[in-house]
Design a protein around this ligand. Structure first.
Ligand SMILES: Nc1ncnc2c1ncn2[C@@H]1O[C@H](COP(=O)(O)OP(=O)(O)OP(=O)(O)O)[C@@H](O)[C@H]1O
Ligand SMILES: [Mg+2]
Length: 603
């Protein structure tokens, strides 16, 4: 029971506040209680004042009391609003910090490739942008108002006990029943259904298609503008319909609520009037009791029922991600061996099996491959063969399900993770384009300008921009690059890392957007720069692949051919078929110059 209560989103929300800022949270609660109690105190002091007037007694005391309570009422509300907004801001920052810890903390990346966590991540990430609800600094005001009302209701009911024992439970029960009667309308209770999530995702997606520059070309070319707007409007309308359906006030419960509330109030006020008529109750008392009888109405269904769930949900999402992401992105660390100078002999995938989290089938199953240190290996294979997966395992972004990736006979799990990663440099297909100066795009953690310039020259990117030019539009002097130019920048990043001492270079289709000649040229330079390193290159271009010491043909997670270009050509197997196919295609391709075709068709 207690555990279930603790697991409630609202309880978890309030549990987070003191973790964010203990003093501010307590101040918020104290102010809230004071705000809640003051209306009842005003009713009592007004009653005392009227009673004093009636009796002809001294008025100073009651007047001062009324004045003090009234002034406090005026002061505390804005003060509470400020404290609440400050606490809301801090809570937003706290949640963002926790979210970043959850995403960046785990050493692996499985937690970010896990489909189940994606929805929570979206909600947790966007919670303070005003998309799914108002920002926390604003909702805190609504929540404070709603909670203060409840305290007002309870305090008023407590005072009303002074009149008759039955009046408070009757009124509080009547107003309280509205929560139960209108519960169907209390929150957007369908918020988390698959239908809502899907409609939300579709709406957000089509909105981004309409407003994001990258989609602009296809929007025009395929005449998708109208389609996008219609689709967006349709999904948004669906969301509004769902929300309306879930939160609208239903007629019958309202009728019942009215009957119950009217009956209870009629009874209490009739009794009060009767007591006054009988002379059992003085004027002062009736003023006080009538006011608190009205005050109990604050217990009715209201704003809190909407504001609290909307704010509590992202808190729950962040807390859940914090718990779920850590184990999902964890790596098994068995020792902290020194990775300095590795690999000296070889890298070996030994009987490696791997499946992505949540996926049913394995990408690799009993995979074996040895790469001699200081040599280059090219991996070719169809889309989805598992090439990038091998690169990720080698960088230790995931651990194998079984088997091991070994360096000089040492399991990667026995090596210090940071030290091993410092030995590796990789350019992935989806490398990051930093909104930073060119210099920082080459060496995000810093490097001497000479090394940066040499790397740029090596990647054929010397004349792209000055080192201080920010590679993004929208900044002063900022510029954007073409796809191929960006790839050269990414390659320069790898070259610079080699210069700074990386011993393993992984290039996952780093040159796919370069022209054939450019690719062959750049790759030769990379090989030259990395001649002391172990290089693993993934490419679909055989003109590049052939320069590697050895070539591995991968099919559905298995090595089907392995050898040098000459050996594989002589083998007359799959490699040769793919090579010949591409050579003949380039031979026919009028866009590729004669010499380029030669580069490919040579042999
Ligand atoms: N994050 C992921 N979650 C689940 N499955 C994935 C994930 N990434 C890749 N896969 C699956 O694993 C298999 C191998 O993918 P991988 O990216 O290694 O292929 P690849 O050989 O690099 O292909 P390509 O030439 O298209 O880059 C594919 O079937 C793919 O669908
Ligand atoms: Mg790939």
């Amino acid at each position: 029971m207690l555990a279930r209560l603790r697991a409630r989103p609202e309880v978890r929300f309030f549990g987070v506040l003191p973790q964010v800022d203990r003093r501010l949270a307590y101040a918020w609660w104290v102010l809230l209680l004071l705000r809640g109690v003051l209306p009842a105190a005003l009713a009592v002091s007004m009653g005392a004042l009227v009673g004093a007037v009636e009796r002809g007694a001294a008025l100073d005391g009651p007047l001062v009391a009324v004045g003090v309570v009234f002034v406090l009422l005026q002061i505390l509300a804005p003060l509470h609003a400020e404290v609440g907004s400050n606490l809301g801001d801090r809570t937003g920052a706290w949640l963002n910090d926790r979210l970043m810890e959850a995403t960046l903390g785990p050493p692996g990346i499985a937690h970010l490739e896990h489909g189940d966590l994606v929805d929570d991540l979206t909600m947790a990430r966007d919670f303070d942008l005003g998309i799914s609800g108002p920002p926390l600094s604003v909702s805190m005001g609504f929540i404070a108002g709603g909670l203060a009302e409840i305290v007002v209701g309870i305090a008023s009911a407590a005072v009303l006990f002074g009149y008759a024992w039955w009046a408070p439970p009757l009124l509080a029960g009547a107003w309280g029943s509205t929560h139960w009667l209108l519960r169907e309308s209390s929150i957007w209770r369908n918020r988390q259904t698959d239908e809502v999530n899907l409609a939300q995702r579709h709406a957000d997606y089509t909105y981004r298609l309409a407003v994001d520059p990258p989609a602009a070309k296809e929007m025009r070319l395929f005449g998708l503008a109208g389609w996008t707007v219609d689709r967006f409007a349709d999904r948004r309308r669906r969301l509004v319909d769902l929300r309306w359906e879930a939160t609208r006030l239903h007629e019958r419960p309202i009728r019942w609520a009215l009957v119950i509330v009217l009956a209870a109030n009629a009874l209490v006020f009739w009794s009060l009037a009767d007591s006054v008529a009988d002379g059992r109750l003085g004027l002062g008392s009736v003023v006080a009791f009538a006011q608190v009888a009205l005050g109990v109405s604050a217990l009715a269904f209201g704003g809190l029922n909407w504001a609290l769930p909307i704010s509590a949900q992202p808190v729950v999402a962040v807390l859940k991600l914090r718990e779920a992401m850590a184990p999902s992105g964890a790596l098994e660390q068995r020792a902290e061996g020194d990775a300095g100078g590795m690999p000296a002999r070889e890298i070996r995938f030994r009987d490696v099996s791997f499946a992505y989290p949540g996926a049913e089938s394995r990408v690799l199953d009993g995979f074996d491959l040895t790469i001699q240190a200081g040599t280059s290996l090219a991996i070719v294979g169809q889309n989805g063969a598992g090439k990038t997966t091998l690169a990720k395992l080698l960088c230790r972004l995931h651990d194998p399900v079984s088997g091991a990736v070994e360096v000089d006979g040492v399991d990667l799990r026995d090596l210090d993770l940071a030290a091993w990663r410092a030995r590796v440099t990789a350019v992935f297909q989806d490398f990051v384009r930093y909104d930073l100066p060119l210099r920082d795009n080459i060496a995000p953690l810093g490097a001497p300008d000479d090394a940066v310039l040499a790397a740029l020259a090596g990647a054929g990117a010397s004349s792209l921009a000055t080192l201080d030019t920010i590679l993004a539009k929208g900044y002063e002097g900022g510029t954007d690059l073409s796809g191929g130019q960006w790839q050269r920048v990414a390659l320069a990043r790898a070259l610079c890392a080699i210069e700074l001492g990386a011993g393993v270079v992984i290039l996952d289709e780093p040159t796919a957007q370069l022209d054939v000649r450019g690719e062959a040229e750049v790759f030769e330079r990379v090989l030259a720069a990395a001649r002391h390193s172990t290089t693993i290159l993934v490419s679909h271009r055989f003109s590049t692949v052939r320069h590697a010491d050895r070539i591995c043909v991968l099919d559905a997670g298995r090595v089907v051919e392995l050898g040098s270009h000459q050996e594989l050509m002589a083998l007359d197997g799959r490699y040769r078929r793919m090579f010949d196919l591409q050579a003949s295609r380039f031979g026919d391709d009028t866009d590729v110059g004669e010499e380029d075709a030669d580069v490919v068709a040579l042999d």
